[in-house]
Design a protein around this ligand. Structure first.
Ligand code: IPE
Ligand code: IPE
Ligand code: MG
Length: 232
């Protein structure tokens, strides 16, 4: 008898979409061309996830550390986000996708914040799929934000569940699988709390080259992982 486990399709997958800059560099293109190509990979991955039966996708779009990049790259990234968000909001309404955004509001540009609020409320009733965009996201900041909220409530002693209930998206289950592209094998301040028992899948593929076939490879690697949760 085979001992190989067969895990069901994860409900929640989180992705560190890395390698846009290197993809552009390989083609002697400006870094922004890599981010543009990365936006197309987001669309492909969203479709692949829905097709596979995944229910929640958390995508790391901009970290709290990414503010250290040159101003023109940051400006370009936010322009791209503005364009993508307005296109996605229409698509999201059509396909029943609910948009959530995780991260700190400060210091995001007011125009982006307004657009996010509109997209989040326009899709709030959608139940088919959740796209959670980690934007200006830092996991340490998220945990500190949770602890501060608990202090404000007057808590003197807390349990792990208190932290979970005060994260940016307390209603989301922890991701069963975290994918990182581009060959880097680190979390870069992503989901430190939620990743306690996540499975990791690292691929050398650069994010702009990520597609349904690569997504399937990650799913099939996950399928046979033996998840022990500390037991036997
Ligand atoms: C990921 O690609 C996108 C963001 C961090 C916004 P990078 O821009 O980090 O690409 P590399 O790592 O330089 O190749
Ligand atoms: C992580 O990628 C952040 C996002 C994908 C948004 P980075 O490229 O910023 O991470 P490091 O700097 O290589 O750790
Ligand atoms: Mg990178």
């Amino acid at each position: 008898m085979s001992q190989t486990p067969v895990n069901p399709v994860p409900q929640h997958i989180a992705i560190i979409m890395d390698g846009n800059g290197r993809w552009a560099q390989e083609r002697c293109l400006p870094r922004l061309a890599g981010h543009n190509a990365g936006a197309k990979a987001v669309e492909r991955t969203l479709k692949a996830a829905q097709k596979a039966g995944v229910k929640i996708l958390t995508l790391y779009a901009f970290s709290t550390e990414n503010w250290t990049r040159p101003a023109d790259e940051i400006d370009g990234l936010f322009k791209l986000l503005e364009q993508t968000l307005s296109r996605y909001t229409k698509e999201a309404e059509k396909y029943g996708i609910r948009l959530l955004v995780s991260g700190a509001k400060e210091p995001l540009p007011p125009a982006i914040l307004k657009q996010i609020d509109q997209a989040v409320s326009a899709t709030a009733e959608n139940t088919q799929f959740i796209l959670n965009l980690a934007l200006n996201y830092g996991a340490r900041q998220e945990i500190v934000h949770a602890v501060n909220a608990l202090l404000q409530e007057g808590k003197k002693e807390i349990q792990p569940s208190d932290i979970s209930q005060h994260l940016y998206q307390p209603s989301l289950p922890d991701p069963e699988l975290i994918i990182r592209t581009s060959g880097e094998e680190r979390l870069s301040n992503f989901l430190l709390w939620q990743a306690a028992y996540s499975e990791f899948y690292f691929t050398p593929v650069l994010w702009p080259d990520f597609d349904e076939a690569e997504f399937e490879k990650a799913l099939s690697a996950y399928r046979t992982r033996k998840r022990r949760f500390g037991g036997l």
